[in-house]
Design a protein around this ligand. Structure first.
Ligand SMILES: [Zn+2]
Length: 167
């Protein structure tokens, strides 16, 4: 995700993302948010729901990792700090609520284009890699790859020509 969008989320939810300055032996938040920009709203929604629960019940949730895996959005929790005033049963219910928000976010991401955030995307494989794109973004990606291949072939051709000229 581009840095400006990441910074927006970090600023909006300082507690959730507070581990991002810690070392990689403790958290993977040090990598930043490793998915594409289209899932910004999904992450924002999940954070705002978790923050609301946090404020309501005096619970602090910090993320361990936010990434793309198998063309879906995965958010992993690092720690949940519960208020000592909560009962054991309340802690279980709040924990389940938080996990169901993240599970819903992952399920929803299957249909949201990772590039532009449009609903109705599809998973498609290309060169051993899974993409989650809407029709429009998929077309763009194929065009970009075709252009890169063409440029690469032209570069190889030029290199060969240069080598032949040197001989
Ligand atoms: Zn798209």
């Amino acid at each position: 995700m581009k840095n400006s969008l990441q910074q927006k989320l970090f600023k909006k939810y300082p507690l959730i993302f507070m581990d991002r300055f810690k070392s990689g032996s403790i958290t993977r938040m040090c990598d930043g948010i490793t998915c594409r920009d289209g899932w910004y709203n999904l992450i924002d929604d999940a954070c705002s729901q978790i923050e609301l629960i946090g404020k309501q019940f005096k619970v602090v949730v910090t993320f361990f990792q936010v990434k793309e895996k198998f063309a879906a959005l995965r958010i992993y929790i690092g720690r949940i700090g519960y208020s000592p005033k909560l009962s054991g049963k309340q802690i279980i219910i709040i924990g389940r609520l938080i996990h169901s928000i993240l599970h819903y976010t992952m399920c929803h991401s299957h249909n949201v284009c990772e590039e532009c955030g449009e609903e109705g995307s599809k998973k498609r494989q290309l060169h051993d890699y899974l993409y989650n794109r809407c029709d429009e973004c998929w077309k763009k990606l194929l065009q970009e790859i075709a252009t890169e291949n063409k440029e690469y072939k032209q570069k190889l051709k030029r290199q060969k020509l240069c080598q032949q000229l040197k001989k």
